[in-house]
Design a protein around this ligand. Sequence first.
Ligand SMILES: [Zn+2]
Ligand SMILES: [Zn+2]
Length: 171
Amino acid sequence: MKPDEALCQRVLNRVTECMALAARHTGRDFDPPTVRFNQRGRIAGSAWLERWELRFNPVLLADNEADFMADIIPHEVTHLVAFACFGKVKPHGREWQHIMRSVFGLEPRTRHRLNTARVAPTFAYDCGCRRHQLSLRRHNKVQRGKQRYQCLHCNTLLSLSVTDTTRRKVP
Ligand SMILES: [Zn+2]
Ligand SMILES: [Zn+2]
C-alpha cells in the first residue's frame, strides 16, 4: 500500500521543516534524506543512518497522520541528526534525547501509541465470563488445533466469538 500523493507530500514537507529546525539549532547543514514509505509491521518509522534514509509505515501513516506530524517524523529525523552530529551513538541515548527536547521540544518517548488495528489485528474470543482479544499468531494456533487457551478467571476454554464484528483480515 502506498499513501496518497498529497499525504506523501505533507510528510516530505514536515521532514524538510524538521531538518531545517535542526540545522538552525545546531548551526549545521544537512542534506535532505531519502524518504520511503515501505516500513512494514507495527513499526511506525525507521532511520537508516549511513543511507541517510527515513522509512515510514504507509498503513500507520494513513490512520495516524497527526501523530506522525507531531511525533514520529521528528523522532526519526532526530536519529539522523544525532548521527550527523555525534556519530554512532545509542539509538535513544543522551544525544538523541537532548535533540528531541532542545530542537523539537518533545518528550523523548521511544514507543508510539498509534492505532495498530490494521497492521496488528486481534480476534475476539469468548469464555464463560468475558471477551478476550487474541493476536493473529495465537488465533492461527487455535485454528490449526496446535494450542488451546483457557480463561484465567472461569477456566473455560476460549472459543472464537461468533458475534465479533471487529475481526478483519490482514491487509
Ligand atoms: Zn527511535
Ligand atoms: Zn472467563
